[in-house]
Design a protein around this ligand. Structure first.
Ligand code: PGA
Length: 231
């Protein structure tokens, strides 16, 4: 099971330092844990879990004001990245073409890529084939066989709302995604301590990407505990 935390734009450097030291002594070699803190915490180190970046631009360095590029990530030894998160797509206007360019660049540089996809409520309401067409379109120009690809299915309407997708909805969608790629499939969108056990039991769910519920380290530790012993 892969358990990943996306802090988004939360916490302070001091809080993250404390969080990392508590988490690092809790996680062990059998866990597969990733944490994506804001960029200012990139220089923090962990022995037992992986640190990744939530976003970066697909160049080595250059005139890209406000962006982080490969040279800085190399400096911090970061080899994990989220690409295509719905907040990047919807708030910052990243289109599929940019997501695919980022994917190619970071794949060429041997990053583990957590590639996020997910439909809006409007699409969900249109039914199965609309959902499948939409999700397929989010794989345009994406190498679904890339050996360091991890897919995160995060329905936009379930992110940060406290209302996760239903078990049957996750199951049906992950079964479809399994026909598109053999790589690990995470579910994300209001995963909490109360529902993580049921979510991780679903066929073709290989882990979870957790936002709000990961911000408290004690809560996140309990979620990792639930993941232990599953599959
Ligand atoms: P959430 O966020 O757990 O707060 O819904 C998940 C995500 O956006 O990765």
């Amino acid at each position: 099971m892969i358990i990943a935390a996306n802090f988004k734009s939360n916490l302070t450097l001091q809080k993250i330092k404390n969080y990392f030291s508590v988490l690092d002594s809790f996680v062990n070699g059998n866990d597969d844990v990733y944490v994506f803190p804001p960029f200012f915490a990139m220089q923090e180190k962990a022995k037992n879990f992986h640190i990744g970046v939530q976003n970066a631009y697909c160049e080595f360095n250059g005139a890209f004001s406000g962006e982080i590029t490969l040279e800085s990530l190399n400096d911090f030894g970061i080899k994990n990245i989220l690409i295509g998160h719905s907040e990047r797509r919807n708030i910052f206007g990243e289109n599929q073409e940019l997501c695919a360019r980022k994917f190619d660049f970071f794949a060429q540089n041997n990053f583990s890529i957590f590639y996020c996809i997910g439909e809006s409520l409007e699409t969900r309401k249109k039914g199965k084939s609309a959902i499948e067409d939409f999700l397929s379109s989010q794989f345009d120009r994406i190498d679904v066989d890339y050996e360091k690809l991890i897919v995160a299915y995060e329905p936009v309407w379930a992110i940060g709302t406290g209302v996760s997708a239903k078990i049957e909805e996750i199951e049906e969608t992950h079964n479809f995604l399994r026909t598109l790629t053999k790589r690990p499939l995470l579910y994300g969108g209001s995963v909490q301590l109360q529902n993580i056990s049921d979510i991780l039991k679903i066929k073709n769910v290989d882990g979870a990407l957790i936002g709000s519920a990961s911000l408290d380290v004690e809560n996140f530790k309990k979620m990792i505990e639930v993941a232990r012993g599953k599959k």
